[in-house]
Design a protein around this ligand. Sequence first.
Ligand code: AHR
Length: 497
Amino acid sequence: GPARVWLDGRRERAALDRRLFGSFVEHLGRCVYTGIFEPGHPAADEHGFRRDVEELVDELGVTLVRYPGGNFVSGYRWEDGIGPREERPRRLDLAWRSVETNQVGTDDFLGWAERNRLAPMMAVNLGTRGVQAAADLVEYCNLPAGTHWSDLRRQHGRDAPYDVRLWCLGNEMDGPWQIGAKTATDYGRLAAEAGKAMKLVDPTLELVACGSSNHTMPTFGFWESEVLEHAWDVVDHISMHAYYEEVDGDRRSFLASGADMDSFIDGVAATIDAVAARKHSSKRIGIAFDEWNVWYQRRFNDEGLPRITEAGRLLEDDYSALDAVVVGDLLISLLNHADRVRIACQAQLVNVIAPIRTEANGGAWRQPTFHPFAAVTAAARGVVLATEVECATVATDRYGEVPTVTAAATLDPEAGAWSVFLTNRSASPTAVHLEQRGLPTAHRLSARTLTADASSVSDTVFTAADVSPGPGGALSVVLPAESWTVLEASCDAVDAA
Ligand code: AHR
């Protein structure tokens, strides 16, 4: 029989925190230089930032941007990136073996974010630096005036504080590749002390401690528990990172990446709960899934140590329609965990494993993975509903039996609009009945689908999905094989009258 998706307007999972639709700009390859920033480009504004890229970022619907790394931040001296550009040093960045010209730094990035209405999520260096440099950076960004760093910011032409709320306490500090990697105990203590100092500068900060770099790390679980043991009182979120790729042609497992993301989130949430129970604490530590995406990491690792370049072509993955379907399914997983995951960043924004690509002195364009992200930011509003799916399973080599169909739904009670996002992981078309209860009557329905078999980039743009009325007010949708679908229902007053 058909798969069934149960939608109930009265069963809320969580209010939708729009910080779930974040992205990431790292000083890596061409994300910053010839990505968002290219003075002299015909589309550059007076600050040197590309307007053509800004238009695509706006269309993508990104709400928040993490900066400046990533692995890069663990060797970064933030003071190099402020003040007159001609005086900024050219440094060797060890994370990506690149020459960092520092032509973009804190003021440049925060100005760009502000002009584009993007909330910044800043990271401090807890690899080669520590408490003092972190507190100084908060002072530079957030204190109004009258102290060394705040006055220096004003001297550099920025009077008003930037008011950066969200801060990452380092990056992937468990990773052996990280410059200044630490043990869980050493990092937990450092995060607690750096966080304490940062909150003494500005008590309104929201702090994110590093979780494991990925859940295949040998210390996964122990790491989260130990870090939270030390930093519980000072941090507000713990991070998660996950990248997926098709390995050795195992398409079925790749299409099930969202199932892996589901269990990864459940595992971290359970670890948070275990620490809370042990500490008799009612504090709710959130999850910041601040790096997630499809990344053909094996290809990158096979290339070995990169030779030293300046704004070289690093991690410039070309995505397919299949990757777009997986990205859509990962977004469904994030939405369905909106009660725990309040912040998420697709890594990254431009050129580096990114939905947007550019050429120096050339154009800017969308990759296939752009489309599901833009569709979700446009259609997901209000609250995330607790959706139930009843369907067959598909056997995968990596993740065992996983559901063939996944679904997430949001409801905007004020606008009377609701949206459903659906993936069909199966290699055959699947009929789905959407059984609804307590949802506003839809006067207008739009349903679009993208399929993994599209061969070229332009083919991945949505086609109309096959929806028809089913029994008892239900809707019937046929999901093509290996596809991702967005269904939007609205009942605006004009239509209702
Ligand atoms: O996003 C690319 C890299 O992946 C980041 O620098 C690092 O944090 C992660 O390993």
